[in-house]
Every structure is written in C-alpha cells, then in structure tokens.
Design a protein around this ligand. Structure first.
Ligand code: ADE
Ligand code: ZN
Length: 319
C-alpha cells in the first residue's frame, strides 16, 4: 500500500539486513556462527534466543562509520516502504559502551547519514536513546546520562527495550527521571511478554507517554480505559508479535480490539528483517485481516505523527 507512513518503533540494529551484517562480518573477520539460517535469514528459536542473536549480529558494528553505513541502508529501505518519518532506538551499550565521548561520535556519524537520507529520499529520522532491561539498572543510568548529554532536536526520547521478564520498571525510575529532566520524551517496552500489570507499572512508575507493544493491556479493561483517558499511544508491532508467537496469527492479535476501544494505536515493524516484515507488508496484512481501509490507515498515521517525539515544526511537515 503506497500510503505515506510514520514509524515510531524501529530498533536501529534490528533493521540491519542479514546481508549487511554478513558483509561487515566478512570485512572484519568476525565469526558469526549460528546467527544465520542456511537460507541467509536470521536464526532464532524464541525471544530470549532472538535477543542473543541480535546482540551477536550487533557485535560486528564496531565503529561510528559502521553505524553510518547501517543508517543509510536502514533509511533507504524505510523510504522504499513510503515511510516519511521514523524514530529508531539507539543504545549507548552498543554504540561506544556508554562512554559519553564515544557516544557523541556515533551520534554524529548517524546524524550525518540521516541528513543525507533526508536530502536524497525525504525521510526524517529522530533517535530514542534506549537502555536494555536485562543489562540492569546501573547500565541504564549510564545510558540515561548519555541521553541527557545529547538531548536536542534529533535525540528526542528515552526508552527501555530488552527482556521484559527481567527486573521491574521501578528499578529504572531513576534513569527515566534523569531523561525526563533533560527534556526527553519517554516510552517503554511493556506488555509484549509481561501481562497487563507490566504495562500498568511502566505507566505508573516510569510515567511514559508511549508504550512499546502494550498489547497485553487487552486482558485488563480498566487498564485499557486508563490508556484511553491518559492518551497513551501504543507502538504496536503486529508482525513481530506473530513471528515471535506472542499471538498464533494476525487474526488473533488484539490491535483491532484496542483500536475499537479508543486506544491510540500505531503500527511499526520492530526488527523487520528478523521478523520477515516491512511497513508495506504490515499494512497489506492488516488491511486483509481486519478489512482496514485507507481512512483507518490515515487515522493511524495521524495518531503516530501526533505522538511523535519531534518538535512542532517537524510534526507540521509530517502531518
Ligand atoms: N529489542 C529488539 N527487539 C525487541 C523486542 N521486540 N522486544 C524487546 N526488546 C527488543
Ligand atoms: Zn521493540
């Protein structure tokens, strides 16, 4: 579907085509045994294994220049899917190991590549600094410091990804407070693997305005009402949820029920090559499964543009 699209939930490394990672591994003589299937796609059995394959693939991205090349590849693919605005998750843990000086160098390289993609393809990139839940609260504080030091017009948010079954949102409240005080907008992965309580905790303890996934909120209708009342936007990634078997099929996915109940839902791909999806595929599959027409997708993109963490001038260009 050739509609202009706004994508709010995309992991920078998770958008790396397998061929790109394979090429870098060869250049750097890194052995990536077990990362790829014989057909060349990423190999993982379940979510926890996915996280370790993700980290192994990411280990070949060793310099700011590698991230610049990755950024170019990712934004070209997004633009080819008619994405006009994208927010990607960037983690200091992968970009310089939480050293603020190194982090700045990575961000400069990524921003230069993004500026070039904006000139060439018209796509706008903004960054959300992300801590990794299974790396623990101390590493999260170092990431929040990097985020606070680089908050500005293109680093616009702070978030948390990784294994939702490790720790509690309140363990990360200090980091989220630091990021908020630096002027960053907040989102958290929750309700992907954890239940409705996990979403409630992220909203109450981290005071986020968006939730990554959030789909298990559907099991607690009082929480659904709270999301509606507080205008919390869900960054829903249906293809990711089906690929990782959070739901057996798209028909079983709660995105339409959440939307019908008035929750602000948006659609993203999460880690598209890992989950064999693209933004166009997501739209085509949602249109087929739920009979969504162009008006529904227009509303979805309007919701996404309004929930984007960019400044108002940028939002005007996207709306
Ligand atoms: N990191 C990359 N993809 C993720 C996902 N779907 N959930 C949590 N952390 C992630
Ligand atoms: Zn995600």
């Amino acid at each position: 579907m050739r509609l202009r699209k706004v994508e709010l939930h995309l992991h920078h490394e998770g958008a790396a085509p397998p061929s790109f990672i394979k090429g870098l591994a060869k250049e750097k003589s890194v052995n990536l045994n077990g990362v790829f299937k014989s057909d060349g796609s990423y190999a993982f059995r379940d979510f926890v294994h996915f996280l370790s394959v993700y980290e192994a693939a990411t280990s070949v991205l060793k310099t700011p220049e590698d991230y610049a090349r990755l950024t170019k590849a990712v934004l070209e693919e997004s633009a080819a899917n008619d994405v006009i605005y994208s927010e990607t998750f960037l983690s200091p843990d992968f970009c310089g190991g939480s050293d603020v000086g190194a982090w700045r160098e990575y961000l400069h390289a990524i921003k230069d590549a993004a500026d070039e993609a904006e000139r060439d393809h018209g796509i706008i990139l903004r960054g959300i600094v992300t801590c990794i839940r299974h790396f623990g609260p101390e590493k999260a504080k170092a990431s929040a410091l990097c985020a606070a030091e680089t908050a500005g017009d293109w680093i616009v948010g702070f978030g948390i990804a990784g294994d939702e079954m490790e720790g509690k949102p309140k363990d990360f409240a200090y980091s989220f407070d630091m990021a908020r005080e630096a002027g960053l907008r907040l989102t958290a992965h929750a309700g992907e693997w954890g239940g409705a309580q996990s979403v409630r905790d992220a909203v109450d303890d981290l005071k986020v305005e968006r939730i990554g996934h959030g789909v298990h909120a559907i099991n607690d209708l009082a929480l659904v009402d709270k999301l509606v009342e507080n205008e919390i936007t869900l960054e829903v990634c249906p293809g990711s949820n089906v690929n990782l078997e959070v739901y057996p099929s798209l028909a079983d996915h709660p995105i339409e029920k959440l939307r019908q109940r008035g929750v602000k839902v948006t659609v993203s791909t999460d880690d598209p090559p890992f989950f064999h999806t693209t933004m166009r595929d997501e739209y085509i599959n949602l249109a087929r499964t739920f009979r969504w027409d162009e008006d529904v997708f227009a509303e979805l993109n309007d919701t996404a543009a309004r929930a984007a963490f960019c400044d108002e001038d940028t939002r005007t260009r996207v709306l």
